[in-house]
Design a protein around this ligand. Structure first.
Ligand code: ADP
Ligand code: MG
Length: 642
């Protein structure tokens, strides 16, 4: 090969470049850690090759010239046991010089950092780490688990230049013009195997791995042994999703799931169907059994791959609502045009119909699973319930369906999961609402005094601790005619529901007249701090609690909103007294007897501070709180001495 023009000559000289810091760190891990399952490197290289073929198949729709006279895509894995090499070649889209430099070493990819952090986190679980490689989009570098050197020679489709990238994984790589044996199109990745990895230069070994991990890649894969005259096809590259459900085995589904998700575990739910009628499409989608690392990363693409009549189009089409963003899989449309532009992706009636159909189908399948295999469904809910609940306010039309599958921790089942139907079935007579308690943590809500009066009446309260809960309860109108009502807001309306059990047996509240005096006194002493003071049936043991006024936001929602704006809550709470509490009874008696001295003022402030502390807040004036508490303790200690 001769180098002629000036600028080309400059670009043509070999150049050594450092890896980006993230990649260098990742490579150190790949080279120096011992992974229990090194097989995955081959799956990663083969799936990159398949991606490259699918990209070219798509690009050729608008530029047929790119294919030249080689329109049959193929991935070849060649082994040479004497030389100790393994080579993965494809005739896909290829990479230009800049793409080699960017994609294989310098552009920081979000998954790289996340992967390094994830394995640093679980230093013990090496086997887990190799399972993470595919999910984090760092597949190429897994070649360094088995190779001393990796050499990538690539020619971008339609280009007359070819380039060679090579590295031993220690800090830098070299980029140089390729020799005469460069592929006519696409990429060749040559691994010079490390001494402890020479077993991979074996035809049978390659066959085993390809059959185990690459069986459903939609591009044909062949193996070629050095010295043999012909390659042997291992995978025919047919599209699994187009096959009838009855002819696909569990193992085939699992392999395909791994191919689309990078997750080697089993999916928790497989949704495979063909829609016929106005819009025709096939779907093969999966709900993972564990959270993908990017569950809360809105930019990560590749969740659902869109094909049009078996041609891969894009993994950026909006085929699922955000609240199903953990679903992975493939949609293959019969109706869309092959030259689907970016603009068409954003608003397209066919895509819209598919999105509706797919969403509805996933919901129904989840509902069926919840009925037939409640344990498996619970696993899904534990991993993704917080995300699914976003649908409750994002898609009001789906609310009824979502309420069927939603599961909740409740005051009577704080460690299990209850459906709304179950909660409703257990409602007490005269119970007019489905009650809920919002909070930050399961521990916090379980111990909340606000639940006491509901517990004492055998009313089951939903315990809502996901941030999204504060939002959907505001907009959801109710379930089966019963509104949702916060136990920390407004009047408790519990008087019509009788106490049960022990609470009913020794029910001995303070005299209403005495309590009225105490209430008036507290209102006066607390002044502006509270919007009202009143008694309530909400409490059964604790002396006091704070609730939000009838109209306006719930206190938990206000806290969440205030956190974002770093400003304090502005709505003044209501202080509620428990007329059944011993301390309140004593105070009421003393107040009614005219003994409202300093001690009662201290008590007023301390009770208010206590109510705040129970909600995880500081007393408004900690110094004042300490002074009053000291005084009370001193009096207590003094009286004990005398
Ligand atoms: P991912 O496949 O998740 O993007 P990888 O680390 O496996 O991550 O690959 C990095 C990038 O390198 C790919 O996104 C692609 O752009 C490029 N690449 C890797 N292998 C090939 C190949 N055989 N042909 C073309 N491009 C490739
Ligand atoms: Mg990859």
């Amino acid at each position: 090969m001769t180098v002629e023009a000036e600028p080309a000559a400059a670009a043509a000289s070999p150049e050594t470049r450092p890896f980006s810091a993230d990649v260098a760190q990742l490579l150190r891990l790949m080279v120096h850690s011992v992974y229990s399952n090194r097989d995955v490197f081959l799956r990663e290289l083969v799936s990159n090759a398949a991606d490259a073929c699918e990209k070219l198949r798509y690009a050729a729709l608008t530029d047929a010239g790119l294919l030249g006279d080689d329109a049959a895509f193929e991935i070849i894995v060649a082994v040479d046991s004497d030389a100790g090499t393994l080579t993965v070649s494809d005739n896909g889209i290829g990479m230009s010089r800049d793409e080699l430099v960017d994609n294989l070493g310098t552009i920081a990819r979000s998954g790289t950092r996340a992967f390094v952090e994830a394995i640093a986190d679980q230093a013990a679980g090496k086997s887990e780490s190799s399972a993470l490689i595919g999910q984090f989009g760092v597949g190429f570098y897994s070649a360094f688990m088995v190779a001393k050197t990796v050499t990538v020679t690539s020619r971008r489709a339609g280009s007359d230049e070819a380039w060679t990238w090579s590295s031993d994984g220690s800090g830098s790589f070299t980029i140089a013009p390729a020799g005469d044996d460069a592929p006519a199109r696409g990429t060749r990745v040559v691994l010079e195997l490390a001494d402890d990895a020479r077993e991979f230069a074996d035809e049978d070994e390659v066959e085993r791995i390809v059959r185990a991990h690459c069986a459903h890649i939609p591009v044909p894969i062949a193996v070629l042994k050095a010295g043999a005259d012909a390659r042997r096809t291992l995978v025919d590259g047919s599209a699994l999703w187009t096959k009838p459900k009855a002819s696909v085995t569990e193992a085939e589904y699992r392999d395909f799931y791994t191919y689309v998700s990078g997750d080697p575990a089993e999916p928790a739910l497989t949704v495979h169907f063909r829609a016929e009628g106005r819009t025709e499409y096939s779907v093969l989608a999966f709900v993972p059994s564990q959270k993908p690392f990017d569950l809360f990363d809105p930019d990560r693409r590749g969740r659902i791959k869109l094909y049009v009549r078996r041609v891969f189009i894009t993994d950026e089409a909006p085929l699922l609502p955000a609240w199903l963003r953990f679903v992975r899989g493939v949609v293959d449309s019969e109706d869309l045009p092959l030259n689907l532009s970016r603009e068409m992706l954003q608003s397209n009636p066919v895509l819209e119909a598919i999105r509706r159909g797919l969403t509805g189908r996933i919901l129904t399948d989840l509902e069926k699973l919840a009925e037939k295999e409640p344990e498996r469904f619970t696993g899904i809910w534990e991993a993704f319930g917080a995300v699914i609940k976003e649908g409750l306010y994002e898609e009001p039309d789906r609310r009824d369906g979502l309420f069927k599958i939603a599961r909740f921790r409740t005051s009577s089942t704080p460690d299990g999961w209850r459906s709304l139907a179950e909660v409703l079935a257990g409602a007490r007579e005269n119970q007019t609402a489905i009650y809920y308690l919002l909070g930050d943590s399961a521990e916090g809500v379980k111990a909340s005094p606000h639940l006491e009066g509901y517990r004492a009446r055998g009313i089951e309260v939903l315990l809502l601790t996901d941030p999204v809960d504060a939002f959907w309860v505001q907009t959801a109108l109710g379930y089966e005619g019963k509104p949702f009502r916060s136990v920390t807001q407004g009047a408790a309306d519990l008087e019509l529901i009788p106490l049960t059990g022990e609470a009913a047996a020794d029910d001995d509240p303070a005299r209403p007249a005495d309590v009225a005096v105490l209430v008036a006194l507290l209102k006066e002493r607390l002044g502006e701090r509270v919007s009202d003071v009143r008694t309530s049936a909400r409490l059964a043991e604790s002396p006091v609690c704070l609730v939000a006024p009838e109209f306006g936001p719930d206190r938990q929602l206000e806290k969440l909103l205030a956190r974002g704006r770093s400003q304090a809550c502005t709505v003044k709470p209501v202080l509620e007294l428990n007329p059944r509490n011993g301390l309140v009874k004593a105070l009421a008696k003393r107040a009614a007897a005219g003994g409202a001295g300093e001690a009662v003022t201290d008590a007023a402030h301390l009770l208010y501070a206590q109510a705040r502390i129970l909600e995880g807040e500081l007393p408004e004036d900690p110094a004042d709180f300490a002074r009053r508490l000291d005084r009370l303790i001193a009096a207590g200690v003094g009286s004990a001495e005398s």
